[in-house]
Design a protein around this ligand. Structure first.
Ligand code: DGJ
Length: 726
C-alpha cells in the first residue's frame, strides 16, 4: 500500500518509487512533519519522532517528557499564523473577532484508491484508481471552527505526489482567508540550492541557481498570470547535485495566476518550503458553510540528479495532466502566418501559403491575429469576434473549405480574455473590463483585460467563440493573452471581495477553457501568452501544447527550451522554424524538433533547394516524432553552463533508439569534443545511422564519442541517430 497509517506510533507513511514522506500525529494533535526524501521502507520510525527541545524566545505551549515543545522549533505539516511559530505560515484566517490566530490540529483521516478532481481547478488525474492513492487529513481549528482538509495523492510508480488544501467555514460567522498555501514542507537542514526559472517577454525560463540562506527567499508573480518573469516551478537540490547525481525535489503549481514559492531558512538550520497562491493581493471572504479549494502542487523527488527529476515530471504530465484526444494522438505539423505577415494578410495570401505548405508536407494552416472586426493593427477590435469577410475574401466556412481542399487542416487565433479600447464591445460594455473606481486604467498593447470573474462576460465571449468555431471546420485554436492585469477590481462584486478578483478571473478562464474542451473535444488548443507567459501546468490541463516563446531564434531558444524542460515535457513546447536571420534551416529545424514542431514563415520565399530541405525536415519530424514526444530527455551540455555548445538527446523508453542533437552557439575555444551519451543500455549495441558504425551503449556513455572535426562555426549543428542492432 502506497499510504500507511501506523496506529500505534501515529505515523503516516507515504511511499512512491523514489521517495517516502512521513508525518506524525503528536500530542495535542499537532501534525508534525518527520521526513521527505529517498524511500525508506522501515516501519520502525521511532528515531524520527519529535524529541522535545528548548529554544529561548520560542514560546512553549505544551510540555513533553524529554523537553519543551514549541511550534517554532519543530517541523510542522500545516503551520498556522500567530500561534507561536514565527516562520511563514501555510494558512492564515482572520476570524470574526478580527484576529488571524490560526491553529489547525489533526482530527481524522481517510485513505482511498484513486484521486479526486478539484472542482473548478485544473489538477492531475488518474484513469484507473490503481494508478494513485489519496490520503485526506481532516484538521480543525477548535477556536474558530475552521476546517482544513489536506489532500495528498501518491503516484506510487512515478516518484511523484500532489498536495492541495480545502478550507471550510464550519462556524456561524464569516471569516477572511488571508493566505492558504497548497503545500508546505519542513526540512531539517537548509544545506541545499534552489533552482528557479526567471525571464521576461522574449527570454522566458532561464535557469537560476543559488544557495539557500537563513531568512526568506521567494519567487512569485503578481501579474495575474504565472508570467514570463518567474515560473511556478522551483527545485531544491543538494549542494553539488547535477544532471546525474544528487538529490532533487521539484515543486510545481498547477495554477496560472499569482503564485508564490517561498523558502525560509530558520534558526535551527532547517527550512520551510511553501508553494501556493501568492498571499499578496489575495483575500477570500468565506461565509458560514462555504469552502475554498486551493490549487494543486506537484512534488517530485529524485536521488539521481536533476535530470531524473525532470524525466519524472515529463512522464507524469504526459499521462496524468495532458488530457483528451490530443494527449496520445499525433499532432498536425502546422504553419502559422504571424511572423510572416502580422495582421497584413488576405485570404488569398494565406491560400498561397497553404499551397506551398501542402506541397512540402505540412499539415495545417493557422490563421493568426487579424481576421476579425477591423483588426488591421493592434490598437483595435479585441472582443469583436466576427469574421472580416472582406479581408478573407469569403465567409469563414468557404475559406476553410478552400484550405481543406488544398489538403490542409485549419486553425485560428483568439485572445478571449482581452478587450480593445477601440472596439464595439468596449463601446457597449465599458464596465466589462477590470477597473477600480475613479482611477485611470493602465493600457498595455492598447488593450484592457476583461473581467472574467463575471459570468455575463464569460458567457458572451464563449458564445462568440462558439459561433465562429462551429461555423467552419476548425481543427485548432491558439488561445493568446497579451498583457498582465492592473487596476484589478470588478464592478460586479462588493468591496470586501475585491481582493478575490485575481483568483476569480483565473477560475473564469478555466471555466471557459473547460467549456471549450467539452463542446469541441476534437479541437487541438495551443496556449500562448506573448509566447510563453503562461507556461504552467494549469494551462496544460486545457491545452496540450503551449507556444514556448515569441523568440524563434534557434540560439536564443536553447536556453528557453533547456529551462522549460526542467519540468515540462517536449510534447508541450510549441517550437517553429522561422525566417529569423541567425543560422541556416538545418539548425533551426534541429532545435525546433525538440518540441511540437511547425513553421512560422512565408513558404513562398523558399528557393527550390530550401523546399527540398524543408521536405527532408518534415520527413525527420515524422521519423522522430514518437521518440521525441514519448522518449526520455537527457540534457548533455546545458547552454546556461557552457558558453559555446548545447547538446541533448532523447532515448526511447525501451532504450532501442536515441537521437542526439548538438548546436554550436559560438565557435568553441577547444577543437577537441568528446560527447558522453546518457540513458542508453550499456549492454546493447547501437548503430549510428549516418556512419553505420556500431558501438556498445557502455562505450557511448562512458568513453563517449570523439567528435573532433565537426563543424565549429557559429550556429552549426548536427544530429546523430542510434538504433539497436540485435
Ligand atoms: C503574441 C503571440 O505570441 C504571437 O505568436 C502572435 O499570436 C501575436 N500575439 C498576435 O497578436
Amino acid at each position: 500500500m502506497a499510504i500507511r497509517f501506523d496506529e500505534a506510533q501515529k505515523i503516516f507513511h507515504l511511499d512512491t518509487a523514489t521517495s517516502s514522506y512521513v508525518m506524525e500525529v503528536f500530542e495535542q494533535n499537532y501534525l508534525l512533519h518527520l521526513y521527505y526524501g529517498k524511500r525508506i521502507p522501515d516501519h520502525n520510525l521511532k528515531r524520527l519522532k519529535y524529541k522535545g527541545s528548548f529554544a529561548s524566545f520560542s514560546p512553549s505551549n505544551l510540555l513533553v517528557e524529554d523537553g519543551g515543545f514549541s511550534p517554532d522549533i519543530c517541523m510542522l505539516e500545516f503551520p498556522g499564523e500567530n500561534v507561536g511559530d514565527f516562520r511563514l505560515a501555510a494558512a492564515a484566517v482572520r476570524n470574526a473577532d478580527g484576529n488571524n490566530a490560526t491553529d489547525f490540529r489533526y482530527e481524522s483521516h481517510t485513505i482511498d484508491a484513486g484521486k479526486p478532481g478539484l472542482a473548478g481547478l485544473p489538477a492531475l488525474y488518474v484513469e484507473d484508481d490503481a494508478e494513485a492513492t489519496t490520503l485526506e487529513i481532516s484538521m480543525k481549528d477548535a477556536v474558530t471552527g475552521m476546517r482544513a482538509i489536506l489532500y495528498y495523492t501518491v503516484f506510487e510508480h512515478l516518484g511523484a505526489m500532489t498536495r492541495s488544501v480545502r478550507l471550510s467555514n464550519e462556524s456561524a460567522r464569516p471569516v477572511m482567508i488571508e493566505k492558504v498555501y497548497s503545500t508546505c514542507v519542513d526540512f531539517p537542514t537548509h544545506n541545499y540550492d534552489m533552482i528557479t526559472l526567471y525571464g521576461r517577454w522574449f527570454k522566458e525560463r532561464s535557469e537560476e541557481r543559488r544557495a539557500i540562506v537563513h531568512g526568506r527567499q521567494t519567487v512569485s508573480s503578481l501579474r495575474g498570470s504565472s508570467s514570463h518573469h518567474q515560473n511556478p516551478f522551483g527545485a531544491i537540490v543538494s549542494a553539488g547535485a547535477d544532471e546525474d547525481q544528487g538529490e532533487a525535489y521539484g515543486f510545481n503549481l498547477v495554477y496560472s495566476s499569482n503564485f508564490s514559492f517561498d523558502i525560509e531558512g530558520d534558526q535551527n538550520g532547517g527550512m520551510r518550503v511553501l508553494m501556493g497562491i501568492n498571499p499578496d493581493g489575495f483575500d477570500w471572504l468565506l461565509q458560514p458553510g462555504a469552502d475554498f479549494q486551493s490549487p494543486e502542487a506537484v512534488m517530485v523527488y529524485s536521488d539521481q540528479g536533476i535530470g531524473e527529476m525532470s524525466r519524472i515530471f515529463h512522464r507524469l504530465y504526459r499521462k496524468h495532466l495532458i488530457r483528451g484526444k490530443w494527449r496520445d494522438r499525433k499532432r498536425p505539423l502546422l504553419i502559422n502566418n504571424w511572423e510572416a505577415t502580422g495582421m497584413d494578410f488576405t485570404g488569398e495570401k494565406l491560400l498561397s501559403f497553404a499551397r506551398v505548405a501542402k506541397e512540402v508536407g505540412m499539415e495545417m494552416l493557422v490563421m493568426d491575429d487579424g481576421w476579425f472586426g477591423d483588426r488591421f493593427d493592434d490598437r483595435r477590435a479585441l472582443g469583436d469576434w466576427v469574421v472580416n469577410e472582406e479581408k478573407l475574401g469569403s465567409s469563414l466556412p468557404e475559406f476553410v473549405q478552400k484550405v481543406n481542399d488544398i489538403g490542409l487542416k485549419f486553425g485560428i487565433w483568439f485572445e478571449p480574455e482581452m478587450i480593445s479600447r477601440e472596439s464595439a464591445l468596449y463601446r457597449a460594455h465599458p464596465e466589462w473590463c477590470l477597473h477600480v473606481p475613479n482611477r485611470e486604467k493602465s493600457i498595455a498593447r492598447f488593450q484592457y483585460v476583461l473581467d472574467y470573474s463575471r459570468k455575463d462576460v464569460r458567457d458572451y465571449i464563449f458564445d462568440a467563440m462558439r459561433k465562429v468555431l462551429s461555423s467552419a471546420n476548425v481543427a485548432y485554436l491558439k488561445w493568446d493573452f497579451n498583457r498582465n492585469l492592473s487596476e484589478v477590481g470588478s464592478a460586479a462584486v462588493p468591496a470586501d471581495r475585491q481582493k478575490e478578483i485575481f483568483h476569480r478571473c483565473v477560475l473564469g478562464t478555466y471555466e471557459v477553457m473547460e467549456r471549450l474542451n467539452r463542446e469541441f473535444p476534437d479541437l487541438l488548443i495551443e496556449n500562448c501568452s506573448g509566447g510563453g507567459g503562461r507556461f504552467d501546468p494549469g494551462m496544460l490541463y486545457y491545452s496540450p501544447q503551449i507556444w514556448t516563446s515569441d523568440n524563434t531564434d534557434p540560439i536564443e531558444r536553447l536556453t528557453i527550451q533547456f529551462g522549460t524542460s526542467l519540468c515540462y515535457p517536449a510534447s508541450t513546447m510549441g517550437a517553429h522554424v522561422s525566417a529569423c536571420k541567425r543560422t541556416g534551416y538545418d539548425t533551426k529545424a534541429n532545435v525546433a524538433l525538440w518540441g511540437s514542431f511547425g513553421y512560422e514563415l512565408d513558404p513562398n520565399t523558399f528557393s527550390a533547394e530550401e523546399r527540398e530541405t524543408v521536405k527532408a525536415q518534415i520527413a525527420e519530424y515524422h521519423k522522430y516524432y514518437d521518440l521525441i514526444h514519448s522518449g526520455d530527455l537527457y540534457r548533455l551540455i546545458n547552454p546556461m553552463h557552457n558558453a559555446f555548445r548545447a547538446a541533448w538527446m532523447f532515448v526511447s523508453e525501451d532504450k532501442t533508439e536515441a537521437l542526439v542533437t548538438s548546436v554550436v552557439m559560438r565557435r568553441p575555444q577547444e577543437t577537441a569534443f568528446y560527447l558522453r551519451l546518457k540513458g542508453l543500455d550499456p549492454d546493447k549495441l547501437y548503430r549510428e545511422e549516418e556512419s553505420g558504425e556500431v558501438y556498445s551503449g557502455a562505450s557511448l556513455m562512458y568513453a563517449g564519442l570523439n567528435l573532433i572535426g565537426t563543424d565549429l562555426s557559429d550556429g552549426s549543428s548536427f544530429k546523430l541517430y542510434f538504433k539497436e542492432v540485435k
